[in-house]
Design a protein around this ligand. Structure first.
Ligand code: SAH
Length: 222
């Protein structure tokens, strides 16, 4: 990957990035690989210029269309949980949004598939990922409640918008050999971050912590 310091906010970003990494460690993120991915991926390139100077704050930021780029802690936490049992070959993300979480995943796993229901967000994300030469990513404009059956099974699925209930299609597209789903589940204000692990026909469910995501919505926007 090209060093993109020059494109953005210059030398200050290196220091502010280190401060963010320290903050993530203080909050309990332990995976060196995940911390390295967050250190490397230029989050400022996934935001509009007017917000780029806030890219390394540990906060969610708006990306238009009433959607948000998740807080770095949440991106780190979900990625760490997804990868906790070792390396994954193929991962599905529901809710590409800015493409930032997609980029973090793409630097850690062999293949990433990601779906987004809002076409303009998907197109912008595609441009950013291409610019970073992250070529192990496939994006699709579709309703992620259906998953991506043609690409399944997935070793991991990460959902970055919250449904009231876990969509059955996602469970069925998990690899039967330890496939892992990380998903916020619940109402509009707060949800539980849930890890589901599949072994054969058994689905083990573990609640991790309280989170706040935008809702998983049905249908697509062109
Ligand atoms: N991972 C994103 C987070 C974006 S917010 C990032 O790093 O920027 C969640 C995203 O999920 C939004 O872009 C929203 O449009 C999308 N989304 C919501 N419901 C969806 C659905 N049913 N299918 C696909 N994407 C969906």
């Amino acid at each position: 990957m090209r060093d993109l310091e020059i494109d953005g906010i210059g030398m200050t970003s290196r220091r502010t990035r280190e401060r963010l990494i320290q903050r993530l460690m203080d909050q309990g993120i332990q995976s060196g690989k995940v911390l390295d991915a967050i250190r490397t991926i230029p989050r400022h390139l996934f935001l509009d210029e007017a917000l780029a100077h806030r890219a390394y704050e540990d906060t969610a930021l708006p990306i238009g269309h009433n959607q948000t780029l998740s807080q770095p802690y949440i991106v780190a936490k979900m990625t760490e949980v997804l990868l906790a049992r070792g390396e994954l070959n193929k991962v599905l993300e529901i809710g590409t949004g800015s493409g930032y979480q997609t980029a973090v995943l793409a630097s850690l796993v062999a293949r990433v598939c990601s779906v987004e229901r809002i076409r303009p967000l998907q197109e912008k994300a595609q441009q950013r990922l291409s610019r970073l030469s992250l070529n192990n990513v496939r994006l699709r404009h579709t309703d992620g409640g259906m998953g991506w059956p043609e690409e399944s099974p997935f070793d991991g699925i990460i959902v970055t918008a919250a449904p009231g209930e876990i969509p059955a299609a996602l469970l069925s597209q998990l690899s039967p050999e330890g496939g892992r789903l990380v998903i916020p589940v619940g109402g509009h204000n707060f949800q539980d971050l849930v890890l589901v692990t599949r072994n054969g026909d058994e689905y083990q469910r573990k609640v991790l912590e309280a989170v706040r995501f935008v809702p998983l919505l049905a249908g697509v926007i062109r």
